[in-house]
Design a protein around this ligand. Sequence first.
Ligand code: ATP
Ligand code: MG
Length: 585
Amino acid sequence: MTASEIREKYLKFFEAKGHKRIPSASLIPENDPTVLFTTAGMHPLVPYLLGEKHPLGKKICNSQKCIRTGDIDDVGDNTHGTFFEMLGNWSLGDYFKKEAIEWSFEFLIKELKIPIERLAFSVFMGEPENNIPRDEEAALIWQGLGVKPERIAYLGREDNWWGPAGATGPCGPDTEMFYWVSPPAGGEPAPEKFDPQDKRWVEIWNNVFMQYSKNVEGKFEELSQKNVDTGMGLERTAMVLQGKNNVYDTELFVPILNKIAEISGRPYLGNEKPFRVIADHIKASAFILADGLVPSNTERGYVLRRLIRRAIRYGKLLAIEKEFASKVAKIVVEMYENVYPELKENQDFILSELQKEEEKFSTCLDRGLKEFEKINKPIISGEEVFNLYQNYGFPLEITREIAKEKGKEIDEKGFEIELKKHQELSRTASAGQFKSGLADNSEATTKYHTATHLLLASLRQVLGGDVQQRGSNITSERIRFDFNFERKLTGEEIKKVEDLVNEQIKMALPVVCCEMETKKALEGGAMGVFGHKYPEKVKIYSAGDFSKEICAGPHIENTSELGLFKIIKEEASSAGVRRIKAILQ
Ligand code: ATP
Ligand code: MG
């Protein structure tokens, strides 16, 4: 079964069970500063998992593009990419454990025709100290479907518990499904007993049951709206159904590997690691570029830069002399354009950004490698690492990796100190940001959401109707808002925008929500985010007659709650895009 067939089968199956299909959200999360990229299908659905009403109802499914930079060191193994697709089905306070597990089982056995003998399952082992029982409920449902008790493992918080992302909020146990992979394909039968430590059991699907809410005292209370959040990895599912033991042997990678072989003149076999890293990183980069990000030295842009540069450095290991990243990316566009049309739509941009980045880095890489050779000590100092970073554009992990290959160590602490000194410490460096999390739904953040709508409407009045949102990032302390505009705003324009927002606040406009078909909403003048794909039905939030936007919410009820709006910064974000930072006082 091809990946395309699996994707479609999955979505059709859950549609037949009453789910509504929604498009994949952007890889770049809107309004959520807790993560850099969309790491799971649940991520864009957070407001609904927290209780907002979804316009398409209580049962949703989709195929979501995901980026997990936290998995970057695993790339090259058989089952992890920084980019992958997650098939997901959600219950927003509708069905719970029984249906979720039964449907997962039905899909695996009946639709994908996986023999039950090759499957194993894990459930939560419980935490008596927190009054959370062992998840016998889930185990019994699996057993009722014919799963043998030896094939069910009880695991702890590390493996079978999700959330809360912050200190408090929804959380709960999960149950995971594993497939016995043993090369040669279909060869060895699976062992009677499930040993979760054995890497030949590959996790393919996870069902999270948001059953509890952790309160401020650290106690777990049963939630009134219980949700189900599931995620099935498309690459891994294709792999097991095609009798392969690694995702790179599926059609989701083979054409890319072939291209790398053609360019490098070397075979994949024997060169697996560099081939796999290049294939994964260029694919991830192409998808990120398609969602409008450019390589830079801060935050998300720096993650993208690191992915591209690491791919280029692996190209060097294959002795590729000519520019190659865009050639590889072209194959990615061809492979995925039918499912993710944004790739084709942005092909020129994707390829030219890759070319530019490769051009920038290639000469630096050669010179930096020479510089590296000069270092004749077992430990590379913080200054030297910083020199490679600053003057040769070596991201830390590239230096770390080359050092390791040469049996050297690097002084990472010393590097951090140097970096701080030069005030370039991007937030990217903090690993915490790679973890997925629930957006902060505090009152302060909610106010900023509403203020953002007023800001966009004001910008359009002052600067013209061509202005559209190009991205936003909201914390409980400020708004950061990107929009298309060709030049710097004048002081007068900034003042006008500020005044206009404050007028709306003074007028105490009611903020109301309604639901409608996306087409009607856009025809009726509701604003959406540029390039964003919306489901067929959406929520519209309006503030009086002043602003009307497609948005998941939540929002405050009246603009009078906002206080005083102030723009604290206006700057360039990228070519043709301006960035405003604003606060409420
Ligand atoms: P693992 O323990 O194997 O890293 P996980 O527990 O991190 O997996 P989940 O967060 O439960 O995975 O994600 C749901 C599904 O997404 C997994 O069952 C798997 O099929 C897929 N998946 C997760 N991470 C990756 C990845 N880096 N590359 C490809 N598929 C992935
Ligand atoms: Mg993982």
